[in-house]
Ligand binder design. Structure first.
Ligand code: HEM
Length: 406
């Protein structure tokens, strides 16, 4: 294992945000590496995959030996809990995202996506992030949870502030201002959902918040803090990530016009396209675990209390697993699994929903846009390392075809 040999400042340098992959490759090759006392970087596919599935690896950050500030705020959402609490809370919502429930949403998602393309056509400009990537998944999550879509700008603003602070504990990565803004956003989110939950108690509807309120009222499976934490987790995880997958994918297709043309001619490749974008430019680049006991990794050990930073974006480009990993190829044979939805007990609960939303977004982008190109100076990135994606992606085009139903 290498020690003190990795230059982390290059990873955290904003100049590398547009293309972090050369730096990630170096870090992955040198991993597992100890970058500070109690902190390890893991970037090889085999190690990341083993850590995510290992029963001695905890998702509870407070178990780490790091200083309390470095661990981030304590939350009680089940993403950051171990069994038995994780199992109990995840079980309460998993039914809302089964393959059958998700498949039934297809007409609604297609209708909403078609509307967004038609609105862009009427407006005469198309900026992917604000015209498609944010509103589509946010609208669907709001409808599922029962959150009024009129409040979307509040939700978007709070989520963005939480995401900015959701970075691994590497020096210089989270500015104190971002930490303070995230704390404020968390408090406002909690108040927002307190009010919504109070409304649903007196006037229940056919939505997920009302269902969770019923569970909370019916016994000891969910307390009020957990109810709030679950609502905030679902609305955040359910859109902030999917936004980036849509934008990262449209960008990859614009940069590879042959692949876009292939998808236009063969829309049945849209599912494979989603998988290749997940691998090639993962929306969640980093996650973490804490070792509850010593665990063997390739050529080294994690010690009890070590905080492991897992570089999922690097693992997805591991040349031992994916031949020619920097090539974007929607015809890449499936088989080797990317880690973009994680693995093991915390495997993304919304993977099926995300896959469906993004497949539809790519199909419509390929079929409705006439000769789309990346507009000059049309791309900039969010500052985040963990949740990676553009904050602006302007498309030049010759027209937007009407929806099939128009
Ligand atoms: C492209 C879109 C998405 C990506 C890349 C993504 C990625 C991930 C990843 C990497 C994790 C696990 C993190 C870890 O193991 O530490 C996760 C967990 C989770 N995701 Fe997603 N996600 C996406 C969309 C969604 C959607 C649409 C939902 C909506 C319900 C969702 C809900 C969740 C929840 C609730 C968890 C926690 C699961 C658990 O701890 O058991 N995600 N997601």
């Amino acid at each position: 294992m290498s020690t003190d040999t990795v230059d982390l400042t290059r990873l955290t340098d904003p100049l590398n945000r547009a293309d972090p992959y050369p730096v990630l490759r170096e870090l992955a090759l040198a991993s597992p590496s100890r970058t500070a006392e109690g902190l390890m970087l893991i970037g090889r596919h085999a190690d990341c995959s083993a850590v995510l599935r290992h029963p001695a690896m905890s998702s509870e950050r407070e178990r780490a030996r790091l200083s309390p500030n470095a661990k981030g705020p304590r939350t009680r959402n089940f993403l950051h809990l171990d069994p038995p609490d994780h199992t109990r809370l995840r079980r309460l919502v998993v039914k809302a995202f089964t393959p059958r429930v998700v498949a039934a949403l297809e007409p609604r998602i297609r209708g909403a996506a078609d509307e967004l393309f038609s609105e862009a056509a009427a407006k005469g400009r198309f900026e992917v992030v604000s015209d498609l990537a944010y509103p589509l998944p946010l609208r669907i999550m709001c409808e599922l949870l029962g959150v009024p879509f009129a409040d979307r700008y509040l939700i978007q603003d709070w989520s963005a502030k939480l995401s900015e602070a959701l970075e691994p504990p590497l020096p210089g990565l989270v500015a104190p201002r971002a930490t303070a803004q995230a704390a404020q956003a968390r408090a406002e989110f909690i108040q927002y959902f307190r009010d919504l939950i109070a409304e649903r108690r007196t006037d229940p509807r056919d939505d997920l918040v009302s269902q969770l309120v019923r569970v909370e009222e019916s016994g000891d499976r969910l307390d009020e803090h957990e109810l709030l934490a679950t609502c905030i987790l679902l609305i955040n995880a359910g859109h902030e990530t999917t936004v980036n997958l849509i934008s990262n994918g449209v960008l990859a297709l614009l940069r590879h016009p042959d692949q876009l043309e292939l998808l236009r001619r063969q829309p049945e490749l849209s599912g494979q396209t989603v998988e290749e974008v997940l691998r090639y430019d993962a929306p969640v680049q980093v996650t973490s675990r804490v070792a509850r006991e010593p665990v063997a990794l390739s050529g080294s050990h994690a010690q009890e209390g070590d905080f492991l930073v897992l570089l999922l974006g690097a693992a997805n480009r591991d040349p031992d697993v994916f031949p020619d990993p920097d090539r974007f190829d929607i015809l890449r044979p499936t088989g080797a699994p990317h880690l973009s939805f994680s693995a093991g007990p915390h495997f993304c609960l919304g993977a099926g929903l995300a896959r469906l939303e993004v497949r539809i977004a790519f199909e419509l982008f390929a079929s409705r846009m006439v000769n789309p190109r990346l507009a000059a100076a049309g791309l900039s990135y969010k500052p985040n390392l963990s949740l990676r994606g553009p904050d602006r992606l302007e498309v030049a085009y010759e027209g937007i075809r009407p929806a099939e139903t128009e």
